[in-house]
Write a new protein. Structure first.
Length: 68
């Protein structure tokens, strides 16, 4: 499942209708408290993967160039 975050003008009736169409097609509104928990879990998993790759010798990219 994918998650998106929308920012829009609440007075815009066209965007409200589009959002309603998305809900009728099966979209769900996420619980903001659960969203933070899911994001924290995703960060933890990606860091774990990164460190596992680093320690196993699979990481080959030099991250120092990202901040130059």
């Amino acid at each position: 499942m994918a998650t998106i975050t929308l920012e829009y003008d609440g007075r815009n009736s066209a965007i409200k209708q589009l959002i309603e169409v998305l809900f009728t097609l099966g979209a769900k509104e996420a619980d903001p408290h659960n969203t933070k928990k899911v994001q924290s879990q995703m960060v933890k998993e990606s860091l774990t993967t990164a460190f596992d790759e680093l320690h196993s010798g699979k990481a080959r990219k030099n991250a120092r160039n990202l901040f130059a």
